[in-house]
Write a protein that binds this ligand. Structure first.
Ligand SMILES: Nc1ncnc2c1ncn2[C@@H]1O[C@H](COP(=O)(O)OP(=O)(O)OP(=O)(O)O)[C@@H](O)[C@H]1O
Ligand code: SF4
Ligand SMILES: [Mg+2]
Length: 375
């Protein structure tokens, strides 16, 4: 795979340079469903995911382990093996073009040029037998037509940019010679090498200490300021995206249960699962007065989802309706949506949402119920 220069298809259109069609968004994920068909049954890993993203924006994707955060992004990137995976419905449009309809060759180009992903495990994403410099250069030679020397120089620049000291020397090292934090930085450098339109960072900071976490997030934000790219930041910790995300999608058992602007998620949340996540992060306003309360119980199996609302076995407000009927999506006019039977009831929300959710005065919205996907 290394050192090979691939010719682009003659009819290839450089997507990154195409305008976003009027009325569309940079990225539109529209009721996306991708299930794994396994011997043990059908794993509903991506079950009706919808969101939009524009240039310069940061989307936080939040949820517990196994909620489908990584698999959703890998489906968008065309990185899921089909089979066992199968697209069961929906679409993903990038600059108005469906990524699901693209050939593997086109998707390879999109992955190198337009949408880049920093994977969850930096060690398995770097090839142990090639130097850092060679791995960084590969994409630039393949997609940007750089010569070996140009790619090497740019690799050194990128390593410096992500704060690797002595980059001229370190570019010749192998992944095992780098610490975990440094490998994360290399992954970021690699993802940024081709100046992508969308950068997907999958738990980029989990294994790192807090100081390095903060530096990595700052670095991605600096890049975004400079390049205007969009970022999708995946994390199990709502607190991590509190200050950086413009929009947040909260996932539970393969489905988004709530989506909105960061302010809507933090101050006007309409879903009990989001309230649980909010209560389990240190609260900047009420920190001293409120003990952290983790959400009780475990997420369900994605093969055997509970009847009705998937959160009902753990939800303190569950009713018979919740245990029998899948909630539809309740969407406000700003696009903020929640999949809870009681999201439309301001009294329910006011009474039960964490106190921080009331620190802002509600705007005069006139919510309407939009049809959601089923589970
Ligand atoms: N190849 C596969 N075959 C069957 N099931 C799979 C496969 N890959 C992932 N899954 C399942 O899909 C579900 C979603 O996984 P995913 O990795 O997206 O979770 P996640 O939200 O990223 O969790 P984490 O926070 O632990 O990274 C899980 O139940 C997982 O076991
Ligand atoms: S639909 Fe019912 S069980 Fe589900 S989150 Fe809302 S109140 Fe809880
Ligand atoms: Mg993951």
């Amino acid at each position: 795979m290394f050192g090979r220069k691939k010719k682009k298809a003659d009819d290839w259109v450089e997507l990154k340079d195409q305008p976003v069609p009027e009325g569309s968004h940079l990225l539109e994920v529209d009721d996306l469903k991708m299930f794994f068909h396994t011997e043990d049954g059908v794993v509903k890993a991506v079950n009706g995911v919808s969101y939009t993203l524009d240039r310069g924006e940061t989307l936080g994707v939040v949820g517990e382990s196994g909620s489908g955060k990584s698999v959703t992004s890998m489906t968008i990137m065309g990185l899921i093996d089909m089979p066992p995976g199968k697209i069961e419905g929906g679409d993903v449009r990038y600059r108005g073009k469906s990524l699901l309809k693209m050939s593997e060759e086109q998707m390879e180009h999109v992955r190198g040029n337009d949408i880049a992903m920093i994977f969850q495990d930096p060690m398995t994403s770097l090839n142990p037998v090639y130097t850092i410099g060679r791995q960084l250069s590969e994409g630039m030679r393949l997609h940007m037509g750089y010569t070996k020397e140009q790619a090497l120089q740019r690799s050194i620049e990128l390593l410096k940019m992500v704060g690797i000291p002595n980059a001229e020397q370190r570019v010749k090292d192998y992944p095992h010679e780098f610490s975990g934090g440094m490998r994360q930085r290399v992954m970021i450098a690699m993802a940024l090498a081709c100046n992508p339109d969308i950068l997907i960072a999958d738990e980029p900071t989990t294994a790192l200490d807090v100081t390095i976490q903060a530096q990595i997030i700052e670095l991605m934000q600096e890049m975004q300021k400079k390049n205007g790219n969009a970022i999708i930041m995946i994390t199990h910790d709502l607190g991590v995206v509190a200050d950086v995300a413009d929009k947040i999608m909260v996932m539970y058992a393969g489905s988004p249960v709530e989506f909105g602007t960061a302010d809507e998620i933090f101050y006007e949340s309409m879903h009990p699962y989001t309230w649980g996540l909010t209560r389990s992060i240190p609260d900047p306003v009420f920190d001293e007065k409120h003990a952290l309360t983790p959400i009780k119980g475990n997420p369900p199996s994605l093969v055997n989802l509970p009847a009705g609302c998937p959160f009902s076995p753990r939800c303190p407000y569950a009713t018979d309706l919740c245990r029998t009927k899948v909630p539809e999506r309740f969407t406000t006019e700003t696009g903020h949506y929640s999949r809870c039977h009681y999201a439309h009831d301001p009294e329910f929300v006011r009474k039960n949402a964490p106190q921080t959710s009331h620190t802002k005065t509600k705007s005069s919205k006139s919510p309407e119920v939009a049809k959601g996907g089923e589970a």
